[in-house]
Design a protein around this ligand. Structure first.
Ligand SMILES: O=C(O)[C@H](O)[C@@H](O)[C@H](O)[C@H](O)CO
Ligand SMILES: [Mg+2]
Length: 403
């Protein structure tokens, strides 16, 4: 089965998405996601100029060999742009292989390990009270797990909180980066109050998650982890920037709050020390940014040796293609933990169809051959790309900080 054609489709049904379509001489095609929020066109250029020309004529069934060819063959390894491009090719090739085998992807991966995939929703509010009503709304919809983020008094704009009540949070909200202000002290004083209120209102069965979005130093993260221990979080996410993996050791030594990390990681090497030292509990790398199913499966297998589970990144900036493939992976992977779920809007669904379904806080995988997601190219053409950037953060004195 030879690859005869491959091309990218860039569209913005509500927000920017990059899709790779690979076509074979047998008429079977596969769809892969190449979306890297705020840096979309860098991946498009990488694919079009360097990857696609080398794919034409290759045997689409040699997924592993093509992965190795693209990874080793570039000489320049790793990095989000490279790994998202490889991820898109890999996802499309698994889609092709599963379609050719007439099997849903999860069957090809090894079959079902669970009936349904637990997800967590985003609950955001400008203050604690409005956050509580969002939790209530999501619990009524059947969610067993919610991520809780609320505005902090004295900080005008904060990560993860929608601009208007009931709206989705969209971080890439301006053509050039918006500037936010950050105060660690105000944040650290406020978060334990938020979780105390949520536990008081909703009891102890609901899983609670929180995203620190890389803003703390290790000792500050340790303080926060300890402070929220009475509210037993499911996880505290990305509590520090983690170029230095050793940072996680200090946090781990101080707190029993479980730690999730890795939505910005793209390689097993970004995790190796923290997995092998058991400094973390959940891996976050989505299939797109981690070099596709072939590579993320290796990370998950390594993690499994150390009782570490998956908790894949899944905000709206990852399109239905990435999410659909993730639902298959989540249905199969033995060490599954949870799947992030931020529902896409109607415009996105006009372009992408999928056969997984959402029920009672869980995803149920579909039975269509492949990963079950497709793109309507003429619908996509109606939503042209528009540059959008993620914000930057500054401390109150103007110092540039982590966003
Ligand atoms: O946990 C999450 O869902 C993430 O932190 C997102 O909100 C990111 O900020 C976004 O995906 C950046 O592109
Ligand atoms: Mg996050």
């Amino acid at each position: 089965m030879k690859i005869t054609q491959a091309y990218t489709i860039v569209c913005a049904p509500g927000r920017n998405f990059v899709t790779l379509k690979i076509v074979t001489d047998e008429g079977v095609y596969g769809i892969g996601d190449a979306t890297l929020n705020g840096r979309e066109m860098a991946v498009v250029a990488y694919l079009e100029e360097h990857v696609i020309p080398a794919l034409i004529g290759k045997d689409a069934s040699c997924i592993e060999d093509i992965w190795q060819y693209l990874y080793r063959g570039a000489y320049w390894r790793r990095g989000p742009v490279t790994m998202s491009a490889i991820g898109a090719v890999d996802m499309a090739l698994w889609d092709i292989k599963a379609k050719a085998a007439n099997m849903p992807l999860y069957q090809l991966l090894g079959g079902r390990s669970r009936e349904r995939v637990m997800t967590y929703a985003h609950c955001t509010g400008k203050d604690i009270d409005s956050c509580l009503s969002e939790v209530e709304r999501h619990v009524a919809q059947g969610y067993r797990a919610v991520r809780v983020q609320a505005g902090v008094p004295g900080i005008p704009t904060i990560y993860g909180v929608a601009k208007r009540e009931g709206e989705r949070y969209e971080p890439a909200d301006a053509e050039l980066p918006a500037e936010h202000v950050w105060s660690t002290e105000k944040y650290l004083n406020h978060v334990p109050q938020l979780f105390a209120a949520v536990r008081e209102h909703f009891g102890h069965d609901l899983h609670l998650l929180h995203d620190v979005h890389h803003r703390l130093t290790p000792i500050e993260a340790a303080r926060l982890g300890k402070a929220v221990e009475p509210y037993h979080l499911f996880w505290m996410e990305d509590c520090v920037p983690a170029e230095n993996q050793e940072s996680l050791r200090l946090i781990r030594e101080h707190t029993t709050t479980p730690l999730a990390i890795g939505e910005v990681f793209n390689s097993i090497h970004d995790y190796r020390e923290m997995i092998q030292n058991q400094w973390i509990d959940y891996i976050r790398t989505p299939l797109t940014h981690g070099g596709g199913i072939t590579h993320v499966r290796r990370i998950a297998d390594l993690a499994a040796l150390y009782h570490i589970r998956t908790g894949f990144h899944g905000p709206t900036d990852l399109p239905p293609v990435c999410l659909g493939a993730a639902v298959h992976f989540d249905t199969w992977v033995p060490n599954f933990g949870i799947q992030e779920h931020m529902p896409h809007d109607d415009l996105t669904h006009q372009v992408f169809s999928h056969d997984h379904r959402f029920e009672d806080g869980h995803f149920i995988v579909g039975e269509a051959p492949g990963h079950g997601v497709d793109i309507d190219e003429s619908a996509a053409a109606q939503f042209p790309y528009k540059r959008a950037s993620l914000p930057v953060n500054r401390l109150e004195d103007g110092t540039l900080w982590h966003w």
